[in-house]
Design a protein around this ligand. Structure first.
Ligand code: SAM
Length: 427
């Protein structure tokens, strides 16, 4: 099957079946032998997610009747076709002929003329028109634009603009294997341009690269992790000998960073057994050891009979609105109603984990959300109902006085993230 046909199937799976792009794309990439073809499939699939409303609009203006049921796949093929014509440098004749060929390969021989006609029409047209409709203008769902306007009256447009960018690639040095300076020197030797970040282990690549190009990646020299996520281990401050709970641990990025940073006993807990397999794989590659536990973080009593924890990292399930630049499909998969449900689960997990924290212990609450509902408001409500909880100031935070630290997308090249550090009173 050609790349456009595969791309239409990927986009169909995400937009019609609610699958996540990061799950579906690798399955389809596996059908392509050539690295360049795999990269083009990713570019087309991610690209469509970034500018979906403009492409939808472009198609609906040119079709007399929308495609329905099984033929819906053709709508997604047209999205791929329009994306190539408007947003890539692929020559129009190649974009159109490959997309028309994909129509045949997908078994829609009878629609070849329609697909060809629509794409030729798009080719002759101007770029998409200016519009005052927020969804079309910003390629962001209306409900989210509304929430961002309310939360960030001065910077919401910048947040959206940053969320539409292609993300940089950050690495985390495995300090158990070499110093960051040593690894940066090894990268320089093979002409990979990288610079040190703000946290102890972070390195920013000038250009994203395949991990197979990185020195000793398979042996655990480094991991791929945004600097915003690397703040978790820094802020948690794990100390040798401590017992630590990572309450929502899979796929284990932050667990592994904690284990690289100190000689601790770490329980990596998650309620998703499949995702927990990734924690084991990551620990294995990095030469680390964790106790892996599949349980509901809002009720671990039946699965954990051990002592209370010195420190807890609670990287809660969230809207992921801070990482839209990495996962643009979130814009279309996430719905306004999800936020209330997430807020409830976060509160339940917070309350339960608090019980398992030693007096004097620290709980670091984290999300990759930029919505106050899941962040500052969540923590304000928790502190108000939890007499033995005190919020500590995070000194790295630039804005003093706010509840916790809200990192916005693009700030110091980072993903959007939130941290709040809570300490339990000794009574
Ligand atoms: C933001 S991700 C965690 C990312 C992880 N900390 C890392 O750095 O690789 C949130 C995780 O919470 C898990 N989760 C969701 N609800 C949960 C629950 N009730 N109990 C335990 N884990 C849960 C999900 O399976 C998901 O793996």
């Amino acid at each position: 099957m050609n790349i456009r046909a595969l791309a239409a199937q990927v986009v169909f799976q995400v937009l019609e079946n609610g699958a996540s792009l990061s799950n579906v794309l690798p399955q389809h990439q596996a059908q392509l032998a050539n690295g360049k073809d795999r990269a083009l499939l990713a570019e087309l699939s991610y690209g469509v997610m970034r500018v979906l409303p403009q492409l939808d609009n472009c198609i609906s203006q040119r079709l007399q009747k929308p495609f329905k049921n099984k033929q819906r796949l053709l709508h997604h093929l047209l999205l791929i076709g329009c994306y190539q014509l408007y947003f890539t440098r692929i020559p129009a004749h190649a974009a159109i002929s490959e997309t028309v060929e994909a129509c045949r390969q997908l078994g829609f021989e009878n629609f070849v003329k329609v697909i060809n006609g629509v794409l030729r029409n798009v080719q002759r047209a101007e770029a998409p028109l200016e519009t005052s409709n927020d969804t079309l203008k910003y390629c962001f769902p209306g409900w989210l634009v509304k929430k961002l306007k309310a939360a960030y009256p001065d910077s919401w447009e910048q947040i959206i603009e940053q969320s539409q960018q292609r993300p940089p690639m950050w690495l985390r040095n495995n300090q158990r294997q070499q110093s960051r300076d040593e690894f940066l020197a090894q990268l320089a030797e093979i002409d990979i341009d990288a610079s040190a970040g703000l946290t102890a282990d972070a390195m920013l690549l000038a250009t994203p690269t395949d991990v197979s190009a990185l020195p000793r990646f398979a042996e655990g020299s480094v991991s791929v992790q945004d600097q915003a996520a690397q703040w978790a281990a820094t802020l948690l401050e794990p100390q040798d000998g401590e017992l630590i709970l990572d309450a929502c641990a899979a796929p284990g990025g932050k667990s592994c960073h904690i284990l690289e940073s100190a000689d601790v006993r770490l329980v990596a807990l998650d309620n998703d057994a499949k995702r927990l397999e990734r924690v084991s794989e990551n620990c294995q590659r990095l030469g680390l050891d964790a106790t892996i536990l599949c349980a509901d973080a809002a009720n671990i009593d039946a699965s954990w009979s051990g002592e209370q924890f010195d420190r807890i990292l609670l990287d809660a399930p969230c809207s992921a609105t801070g990482v839209i630049r990495r996962h643009p499909d979130i814009k279309w998969l996430r719905k306004a109603a999800d936020i209330d449900a997430l807020q409830k689960v976060q509160a339940q997990i917070l309350d339960h984990c608090w019980k398992w924290l030693k007096p004097g212990g620290t709980l670091l609450y984290a999300t990759c959300s930029i919505l106050p509902d899941e962040n500052s408001q969540q923590i304000e409500a928790f502190v108000a109902r939890t007499p033995d909880a005190t919020l500590e100031t995070i000194t790295a935070a630039k804005e003093n006085g706010a509840t916790g630290w809200q990192i916005l997308p693009g700030q110091d090249n980072m993903d959007g993230f939130y941290y709040a550090k809570l300490v339990k009173a000794i009574v």
